[in-house]
Design a protein around this ligand. Structure first.
Ligand code: FAD
Length: 302
């Protein structure tokens, strides 16, 4: 059996595995897709100490770093169930079962997609999900934010300081963000808000050139010309497979304490799959290191 089994091979999982391996602990990583969301990222400019890089390049260095240690990497394997008998037992979709004394869950999250024509086609060509990451790429341009909840309105406020103009599109009849955020939003000169607006298509040729929506009050179809669309309708943690095994929030995030410990002793979690408030590479790596040290502490005491 393993002493630590890391489930998920993104920045959080890679960092956790390196930290436990460096303690001389028998470590394995199971990943559906090693690299995680970083593989889908074009340009990364906020990983401190690296001025600018690309997702696949960062994943290659992550992999190189992990492989520098005696860590079993089980890539292209999807975990489907976690149980505790004498040891923890992780069931894989392929029927295999892996045993371990402790587990670090780092299965990340996925952006909720809007599912309209053009979204998939123009991903990284004007369709974006992360304002902290991609906002600066749209400096001086016209963009839209789809979603009027806290993340959408925060994104719009953030972007308004960089881009020429922001149009916020909310499907419902009013914005759902906190009052103070809405106030801030309405105080900005370069923001327009459309409620009752159902986005139906993201248009473009090489890159995004516009967005079509239906005004649900009048049923009229409208088109806006712009160069960027930020989809901000939520982030879904990849934790469905855990069921009730560990405590999760209403939205599925794994509840962790300061040490990355979950509700089950010996099970830790890190990165975007947890209830930690900000989802970034640098933060996930820090969380992974923290959870690894938590797991190490647990192992030497049990
Ligand atoms: P993830 O990267 O999501 O990795 C999760 C891992 O778990 C993957 O290996 C996945 O295959 C695996 N997994 C999932 N389910 C299972 C399962 N059931 N069994 C086994 N394995 C499983 N952040 C920045 O800091 N800067 C940026 O510029 C930036 N740009 C971004 C651009 C895009 C398009 C996206 C999508 C995100 C961006 N982010 C950026 C956010 C950043 O990528 C995430 O915060 C970070 O990758 C989270 O790391 P993680 O390890 O927690 O999860």
């Amino acid at each position: 059996p393993y002493e630590v089994l890391v489930v998920g091979g993104g920045p959080a999982g890679s960092s956790a595995a390196i930290y436990t391996a460096r303690k001389g602990i028998r470590t394995g990583i199971v990943a559906e897709r090693f690299g995680g969301q970083v593989l889908d990222t074009m340009s990364i400019e906020n990983f401190i100490s690296v001025k600018k890089t690309e997702g696949p390049k960062m994943v290659a260095s992550l992999e190189e770093h992990v492989k520098d240690y005696d860590i079993d990497i089980m890539n292209l394997q999807r975990a489907s169930l976690l149980n505790k008998k004498d040891l923890f037992e992780l069931e894989l979709e392929n029927g295999g079962v892996l045993k371990s004394k402790s587990v670090i869950i780092s299965t990340g999250a996925r952006w909720r997609q809007i599912g309209v024509p053009g979204e998939e086609e123009f991903k990284n060509k004007g369709v974006a999900y992360c304002p902290h990451c991609d906002g600066p790429l749209f400096e001086g341009k016209d963009v839209a934010v789809i979603g009027g909840g806290n993340s959408g309105v925060e994104a719009a406020i953030d972007l308004a300081g960089l881009v020429k103009h922001v149009t916020v599109l909310e499907f419902g009849s009013e914005l759902k963000a906190d009052e103070v955020l809405q106030k801030r939003l309405h105080s900005l000169p370069n923001v327009t808000v459309h409620t009752d607006a159902q986005t139906t298509e993201i248009t473009g040729d090489e890159n995004v050139n516009g967005l079509t929506y239906v005004d649900r009050q009048t049923n009229e179809e409208k088109h806006i010309e712009l160069e960027g669309v930020f989809v901000q309708i939520g982030l879904v943690p990849n934790t469905e497979w855990l069921g009730d095994f560990v405590e999760r929030t209403r939205t599925g995030e794994i509840v962790v304490d300061k040490h990355g410990a979950t509700s089950v002793p010996g099970v830790y979690a890190a990165g975007d799959c947890t209830d930690s408030p900000n989802n970034q590479i640098i933060i996930s790596m820090g969380d992974g290191a923290n959870a690894a040290l938590g797991a190490f502490d647990h192992l030497i005491r049990s």
